[in-house]
Design a protein around this ligand. Structure first.
Ligand code: NAD
Length: 326
């Protein structure tokens, strides 16, 4: 079978070569996003794979279907960029990636430590030979309470990582995960908000979770709360984050993702005028650590992302099903 791969990065090429051989398919590779303008690249292909920046809305899905595409495999865990309901309706099968949660979980704890130990201003100072300590006194994880929202694969791995540092861990999820119940106390969401020094989100982006961190929920939190987001930017209202940082209600932010990141992350925009005021303003605070949606980005995860897409598309075509089919 023939698959058209969009958003292909150089570092994925060797994995595409390995898995096209292993799953016996021909894969065309393109750097472009999948849009209505680039959809024609998939002519003659039954399968299409993208990363998370292509927006697969209803008109684009209709266009792909009309061209003969029947299978879509996103090389990401999150699938909020695909109108899955419409895909199902018109007969397109969709699967998402699955990879070891440890890379994102390690990154999450790293962001917590970077914020708690003021690593960003310390790095700034070191670069101009300012080795002073003023303003850099940190806090120790073992003396704090961490609230984990979402205890699926990544949330559970974060909890296991954190257990080695010794904080009290509160958790909230619609479904309790028996694998981590001995490390955490499951509490209602508001109890978690009210009692946590650090809150980290590991839930998917749905209508029900969009802007779950907003002015109203931030008001419930402890003064000086540290918020971490390695899930999806849209889970947090950036205007409310800015207000919280300005007032001191929020003591620090560790953001691997932020609303409006599309078109910025994973690109070199050094010489461009960046018009997203929320991002430009938030990122300059000493207590806001922002990274370019890279928590996932390890050698092992990239190989699994490519494998999931190729394996998923070929399995859906062969068996009509796949483990991570949506
Ligand atoms: P998962 O499906 O294993 O876990 C998600 C958990 O969220 C589940 O336990 C589910 O019950 C819970 N949940 C869903 N809605 C909820 C709600 N309203 N309130 C509380 N809990 C709720 O997913 P995962 O593999 O742990 O990934 C979590 C998210 O992380 C993904 O959806 C993706 O958006 C994001 N992610 C980000 C990166 C990155 O590089 N920054 C990489 C991978 C995944």
């Amino acid at each position: 079978m023939k698959i058209c791969a969009y958003e292909v990065r150089q570092d994925e090429l060797k994995d595409f070569a390995v898995y096209s051989k292993q799953y016996d398919c021909e894969i065309e590779r393109h750097e472009e996003l999948l849009t209505s303008d680039t959809a024609a690249l998939a002519a003659g292909c039954e399968g299409v794979t993208t990363l998370g920046q292509s927006k697969l809305d209803a008109p684009l899905l209709d266009k792909l279907y009309a061209m003969g595409v029947r299978y879509i495999g996103t090389r990401t865990i999150g699938f909020n960029h695909i109108d899955v309901a419409h895909a199902k309706k018109i007969g397109l099968s969709v699967c998402h990636a699955s990879y070891d949660p440890n890379g994102v979980a390690d990154f999450t704890v790293m962001l917590m430590l970077m914020v708690l130990r003021h690593y960003k201003p310390s790095l700034w100072r070191g670069q101009v030979n300012d080795w002073s300590l003023q303003g850099l006194q940190g806090r120790e994880l073992r003396n704090l309470t961490v609230g984990v929202v979402g205890t699926g694969r990544i949330g559970a791995a974060v909890i296991k990582n954190l257990s080695g540092f010794g904080p009290k861990i509160l958790a909230y999820d619609a479904h309790h995960n028996p694998a981590i119940e001995s490390y955490v106390e499951y509490v209602p969401r508001n109890t978690l908000y009210e009692n946590s020094d650090i809150i980290t989100l590991h839930v998917p982006l749905f209508d029900s979770t969009a802007h779950m961190i907003n002015s109203y929920t931030i008001d419930k939190m402890k003064d000086g709360v540290v918020l971490i987001n390695c899930a999806r930017g849209e889970l947090m209202d950036p205007v409310a984050l800015t207000k919280g940082i300005e007032s001191g209600k929020i003591g620090g932010l560790g953001l691997d993702v932020i609303e409006g990141e599309e078109g910025l992350v994973h690109r070199d925009r050094r010489t461009d005028i960046i018009s997203n005021k929320d991002i430009a303003y938030l990122r300059q605070f000493p207590n806001v650590v922002m990274t370019q949606h890279m928590a996932f980005y390890t050698d092992a995860a990239v190989a699994s992302m490519v494998r999931s897409a190729v394996e998923g598309i070929t399995a859906m075509a062969k068996n009509g099903s796949y483990l991570t089919m949506l």
